[in-house]
Design a protein around this ligand. Structure first.
Ligand code: ADE
Length: 284
């Protein structure tokens, strides 16, 4: 049952985006191949510990990076992490910057999204009426979309480590795999977008539906293509900027894990679970 959550112990799922899925951050790591009622996740789960906290690592695009954003099985990924016992998910995303003050190399703790996906391609709910799936119709509220308490923990840790972060940002999630036109990029800026990516949605939606505390660490890799000067986004620059900053992001995420485990979660998790239950309409 997707809304049944027994808080035995804190366990953190780490969804690594492009360039951030290094299993060596885990101690006592073990590979575990799993499947779900929604199909196979992107790759095997890698279980292990960071600072004595149980963690599960999953490479969003597969360890070979051969699954494009539109083909990621987001439902299987979230379900698998939930089944494994995760209470939290920290995701990393490479994003383009839509604002001058968010510079390539900067970290953004995303707090909102605008969904620009072609809705037919990515399933956004576990409650789809199919047999073996959760029963009912779920109208999930998405304010807040990301777990506020987990975001707060990231702020505290970043401050302690003196890692500069932007504390909020709206991500425009596009279908991809192509990048945007200049006209689109400028429109997204007018909409209030701060960063742009291809993988935040439906991952954050499904995590909330599953009752998991989900936060995302966005790494700005480029200025997309709205600026009059400078290079426009391209894969080489995205990968290079990610590589240059992977140590910083890894340091932040690995320090966030024990900080999460040091907080009390019974109440917020219960509230999340009650909220989901209240928004699932069961057949009469
Ligand atoms: N990921 C990294 N940079 C991006 C951009 N400019 N647009 C979409 N996804 C991205």
């Amino acid at each position: 049952d997707v809304i049944k959550l027994i808080l035995k112990q804190i366990q953190v799922g780490i969804i690594g985006g492009s360039g951030l899925d290094d299993p060596d951050i885990l101690k006592n790591k073990k590979e575990k191949k799993v499947t779900t009622p929604f199909g196979d996740p992107s790759d095997a789960l890698i279980t292990g510990e960071i600072d004595n906290v149980q963690c599960v690592l999953l490479a969003r695009h597969g360890r070979l990076h051969n699954i494009m954003p539109g083909n990621v099985n987001y439902r299987a990924n979230i379900w698998a992490l939930k089944e494994e016992g995760c209470t939290h998910i920290i995701a990393s995303n490479a994003v383009g910057s839509l604002q001058e003050h968010i510079k390539p190399g900067d970290v953004v703790i995303i707090d909102n999204f605008i969904d620009r996906l072609s809705s037919l391609c990515r399933k956004q709910t576990f409650y789809d009426g199919e047999s073996g799936h959760p029963v009912g119709v779920c109208h999930l509220p998405l304010e807040p979309a990301f777990c506020e308490l987990t975001r707060q923990v990231i702020f505290e840790v970043a401050e302690k480590l003196q890692i500069f972060i932007h504390r909020r940002g709206t991500v425009i999630c596009i279908e991809g795999p192509r990048y945007s036109t200049k006209a689109e990029s400028n429109m997204y800026r007018q909409w209030g977008g701060d960063v742009i990516g291809m993988t935040s949605v439906p991952e954050v939606v499904l995590a909330k539906e599953a009752g998991l505390c989900y936060a995302a660490v966005g790494l700005a890799t480029d200025y997309d293509c709205w600026r009059e000067t400078g290079d426009h986004v391209n894969v080489a620059d995205v990968m290079r900027t990610f590589k240059e900053n992977v140590i910083k992001v890894t340091k932040l995420i690995t320090a966030v894990i024990p900080a999460i485990a040091n907080k009390k979660w019974e109440q917020p998790v219960k509230e999340l679970k009650d909220m989901i239950q209240a928004n699932v309409m069961l057949p009469h």
